[in-house]
Ligand binder design. Structure first.
Ligand code: NAD
Length: 455
């Protein structure tokens, strides 16, 4: 890990702390991504036939928007922030300094292999850190493009890409970092957390979960179906915040199933496999076989067709999957949508409380009372009412999980804050020095008991 030592040296020479240095790096990154946007989309297509529309809308453009926002605002975010001074420190001014942590390790997943690798890197650069990025080995074409881009815009002592699989990841995790930002599965998140604990390294863990999507009897069913189909099947269902399963009120179940079928056909046509341009394939044979296995013994309402030669699995609706079924055991992470009916809040509770806190939750309902009930009764990373997935589009909203779906959140200014230590500094004046706090303690204790009013 000679390069890590070089990065530390580089950081300690103050280079990355310089705001102009950071800005130039971000500007070069922006230009390079713009120049290579087609190549990035080609790589994503080569990895799992990600539709070009989705590559632009959900990968490159999201990353470019993050960079632009950072370039425009990070100078302001980086400024020491003055807070109201405490009376007991009089005379003083009191500040929060944003200090870069130092050496950052970013480990990325394969499902949005470009966006989820670079979005944290942007925050880390803006905040003045050095970075090691380990992209996912499961999207090798995108990983190669990421390496080319970073190598052409950043010195290796500043940002470097290390390609490789689990072994490389473990080798990296064995080092001492100043911060680790991990996106991936809950199981690997636990491994990362354990490794970080050895050095007391702070972490952000962006993990997965089993995201419920509740459709109440008051919902606008056709519109709900359209928005659910979009959020579930973009990226071939391989989206961490996609609805995992539907809980639908039994009064509108039939109507919802009809609307979902219609929406799938309207989106992907009747020859879905032929619509290669609009539906991503499953990332690899292992995940494809896992997903096929989840359908064994299930009642398929729609879809369920596949093609082994292309890791193709059609958008699939499953009826009333049992709570104990394989499909309902874990996060599905593919184009399979179980539809389960409920009658009352107790039924909803039975499902949601069975799993750890999800990364996302969705409610389709016209009733504000019901919307508020779900939002307030359950803990989840983030979500939407009467839509799916859209919560990630606004950089002013922190993006992250809670409990088993992760810890910490990023995007926009939140990314800058994630990679900054908030250092509190009290600047005392010297022109007066009240003697009250110094021994011998002569002040009557009744006055000390009033201290809480002035702190
Ligand atoms: P993964 O956990 O298998 O892999 C993620 C990264 O960890 C990869 O770079 C991989 O090389 C590395 N890795 C894998 N096994 C490792 C090990 N034993 N030790 C050290 N490193 C290891 O996840 P994935 O399959 O790439 O992604 C899918 C999962 O990620 C899903 O659970 C999904 O919900 C989650 N995810 C979460 C978010 C989010 O923002 N919260 C975003 C995307 C994906």
């Amino acid at each position: 890990m000679e390069l890590l030592q070089q990065q530390r040296k580089f950081f300690n020479t103050q280079q990355t702390k310089d705001l102009t240095f950071r800005k130039k790096a971000l500007q070069r990154l922006e230009q390079e991504i713009e120049a290579r946007e087609d190549a990035i989309c080609d790589a994503l297509y080569a990895d799992f036939k990600k539709p070009i529309f989705e590559s632009l809308a959900l990968e490159t453009q999201i990353v470019l928007a993050e960079i632009r926002l950072a370039i425009k605002k990070f100078g302001r975010w980086a400024k020491p922030k003055k807070v109201s001074a405490s009376w007991v420190n009089f005379p003083s001014s009191e500040w929060i300094y944003k200090e870069p942590y130092g050496s950052i390790l970013v480990i990325a997943p394969w499902n949005y292999p470009f966006q989820l690798a670079l979005a944290p890197v942007i925050g880390a650069i803006a905040a003045g850190n050095t970075v090691f990025l380990k992209p996912s080995e499961m999207a090798p074409n995108t990983s190669a493009v990421l390496k080319e881009i970073i190598e052409s815009v950043c010195l290796p002592e500043h940002v470097t890409v290390v390609e490789g699989g689990v072994e490389i990841s473990q080798e990296l995790l064995a080092q001492r970092w100043d911060y680790i930002f991990f996106t991936g599965s809950t199981q690997v998140g636990q491994i990362v957390y354990k490794s970080a604990a050895k050095h007391l390294t702070p972490v952000t863990l962006e993990l997965g979960g089993k995201n419920p999507c509740i459709v109440d009897h008051s919902a606008k069913v056709k519109l709900a179906a359209k928005r659910i189909v979009w959020g579930k099947f973009i990226n071939g269902g391989q989206t961490c915040i996609a609805p995992d399963y539907i809980l639908v009120h039994k009064k509108v179940k039939g109507e919802l199933i009809r609307a979902l079928k219609k929406s799938i056909t309207e989106s992907y046509g009747s020859d879905i496999e032929g619509a290669a341009e609009d539906l991503a394939r499953i990332i690899n044979a292992k995940h494809y076989q896992r997903l096929k296995g989840l359908l064994i013994g299930e009642e398929i309402l729609f879809g369920g067709t596949y093609n082994d030669s292309d890791n193709y699995l059609s958008p699939t609706l499953v009826n009333e999957s049992a709570l104990e079924s394989k499909l309902m055991e874990d996060e599905i992470f593919g184009p399979i949508l179980p539809i389960i009916s409920y009658e009352d809040k107790a039924d909803i509770e039975k499902y949601i409380s069975r799993y750890g806190k999800p990364l996302a939750a969705y409610v389709f309902s016209k009733s504000k009372k019901f919307q508020d009930y779900i939002t307030e009764a359950y803990s989840f990373g983030g979500g939407a009412i009467n839509d799916t997935v859209v919560q990630f589009t606004n950089p002013r909203l922190p993006f992250g999980g809670v409990g088993s779906s992760g810890m910490g959140a990023y995007h926009g200014q939140h990314s800058f804050e994630v990679f900054s230590h908030h250092k509190s500094v009290v600047k005392r004046g010297n022109w007066i020095d009240p003697s009250l706090r110094y021994p011998p303690y002569n002040l009557p204790l009744k006055y000390i008991k009033m201290l809480k009013k002035f702190l």
